[in-house]
Design a protein around this ligand. Structure first.
Ligand SMILES: NC(=O)c1ccc[n+]([C@@H]2O[C@H](COP(=O)([O-])OP(=O)(O)OC[C@H]3O[C@@H](n4cnc5c(N)ncnc54)[C@H](O)[C@@H]3O)[C@@H](O)[C@H]2O)c1
Length: 255
């Protein structure tokens, strides 16, 4: 028996790799049809292929979440292919390393356009579709330990993830009574291409070990561990859970 009810449809943004890929695979394994959405077409198609090879159902839809036109089309295509959308995993995101005084406006704007505007746009179009088709739903916004605490050199990223948690709370207040639950997941450092880039930018061969040691659990997390939390939040087992900011961070913010 699968964790999710039959015939559910889940959109995962940033589903081409990392946490988004692991999440897409787990949703499919737990019985959902999956729309894998990303700007990386070949890696996104690879995620779809992995799902299909395991006997699941998935489609790739190219979408830059910073673009309102792309997001509107992605949701429209999901409805035209599957007739509904039940879950949105608002996962696409980027990092940028710079102190507040050294940060360029173009980097700040680019990061905000994906990590904040993109999250809002996806919620806007998916919630409208859920309301129009009269189905209940679940939205998971991908935040971070950086949505709960600051981290030097990650000002724009920290700002965006705190903002994501704010959007989560407001969406939960505005739409829980419609049957649409919204929650944030705040991972610690997870072994994905993003953490490889971050460690490389720290310019220190020990960077990944140092990041791992900052978690009380003593290691980095895996994308699969984050996917487990996301799928649970979207399942009926979490039917009273909305407006929550979940830490899945190996104990980072407990310190
Ligand atoms: N890896 C970590 O340690 C960590 C920790 C906390 C939170 N997160 C968050 O989890 C999410 C996924 O991170 P990850 O580690 O898997 O990163 P990743 O870089 O491995 O994957 C991110 C995916 O998002 C896609 N993407 C980027 N910009 C996009 C856009 N404009 N439109 C559509 N897709 C876009 C990328 O192409 C990529 O496939 C991000 O929101 C990230 O901030 C990651």
């Amino acid at each position: 028996m699968t964790l999710l009810a039959e015939n559910k449809v889940t959109i995962v943004t940033g589903g081409a790799r990392g946490i988004g890929r692991a999440t897409s695979l787990l949703f499919a394994k737990e019985g959902s049809k999956v729309v894998v959405s990303d700007i990386l077409e070949s890696e996104g198609m690879e995620t779809v292929q992995m799902i299909q090879n395991a006997g699941g159902e998935a489609q790739f839809i190219s979408c830059d979440t910073a673009s309102e036109e792309d997001v509107a089309l992605m949701v429209e295509r999901t409805i035209s292919v599957y007739g509904r959308v039940d879950n949105l995993v608002n996962n696409a995101g980027v990092e940028h390393i710079s102190t507040i005084i050294d940060m360029e406006r173009s980097d700040f704007d680019r990061l905000s356009s994906i990590n904040l505007r993109g999250v809002w746009l996806c919620m806007k179009y998916v919630i409208k579709a859920m309301l129009k088709h009269g189905n209940k739903g679940s939205i998971v916004n991908m935040s971070s330990l950086a949505g709960n605490v600051g981290y030097a050199g990650l000002g724009a990223y920290v700002m965006s993830k705190h903002g994501v948690n704010g959007l989560t709370k407001v969406a939960a207040i505005e739409h829980s009574a419609d049957g649409i639950r919204t929650n944030s997941i705040c991972p610690g450092c997870i072994q994905t291409p993003m953490i490889d880039n971050l460690a490389a930018a720290m310019g220190n061969p020990e960077a990944k070990e140092q990041l791992a040691a900052m978690h009380p659990i003593g290691r980095l997390g895996t994308a699969d561990e984050i996917a487990e939390a996301i799928v649970w939040v979207c399942s009926e087992r979490a039917s009273f859970v909305t407006g929550s900011i979940f830490t899945v961070d190996g104990g980072w913010v407990a310190q």
